[in-house]
Design a protein. Structure first.
Length: 194
């Protein structure tokens, strides 16, 4: 549905402006909190050629995995499309929720990714991909994003979002089951205008 207005504008059957191509080329990071099958497939595909940091729930709950670990990993791998992910199989998710409670796990992971995102942006990351609806909401809140300009579509239903303000950057926020297998790399390329 997101592409419909652009189609009508391009055919001169409606007025308006076409989405602008993003031109944010800078340090990048990917944070994935979604446990959907689509996101897990996208992570597996991405890890075939890019570095990844698995964020284990037990480590997060014990305090042995912190935002500093995610930030250090991402910054050490800038230019290589680093991904930090807490995504797990349904059985693993159920087991973690049984140990700590569903709400405790969700709150802790969302806060971890939100705090890491804020620190990454403070450290210079300008292209940020976030997978997971709740994770995306937590990140947007932590970054204090007031408004965005909707840019080119990455995959159906997921556009590049341009953020201006004290920091100019590009975001891609996707709910779990959106996007093609190569979504993460494609998103970073679209953000850079490629």
């Amino acid at each position: 549905a997101l592409g419909l207005p652009a189609n009508f504008i391009a055919q001169e059957k409606a007025s308006g402006a076409l989405p602008e191509k993003s031109n944010v080329d800078g340090p990048e990071a990917i944070l994935a909190g979604s446990c959907s099958s689509a996101t897990r497939g996208q992570i597996d595909f991405h890890l075939q050629s890019h570095p990844g940091l698995a964020v284990a729930v037990d480590d997060v709950m014990a305090g042995t995995m912190t935002k500093r670990d995610i930030v250090a990993f991402a910054l050490a791998n800038i230019g290589r499309e680093p991904i930090a992910y807490s995504s797990a199989t349904p059985a693993d998710v159920e087991a973690a929720q049984a140990r700590y409670s569903r709400q405790a796990v969700a709150d802790r992971l969302d806060r971890l990714f939100a705090d890491a995102a804020r620190d990454l942006v403070d450290a210079g990351v300008r292209r940020l991909v976030v997978a997971g609806g709740e994770t995306s909401g937590a990140v947007v809140s932590a970054l204090a994003v007031d408004s965005v300009a909707i840019g080119m579509e990455i995959d159906p239903g997921v556009p590049v979002l341009s953020v201006t303000g004290p920091v100019t950057m590009a975001l891609a926020l996707k709910s779990g089951n959106f996007g093609s297998l190569d979504f993460f790399s494609k998103a970073l390329q679209r953000m850079a205008g490629r």
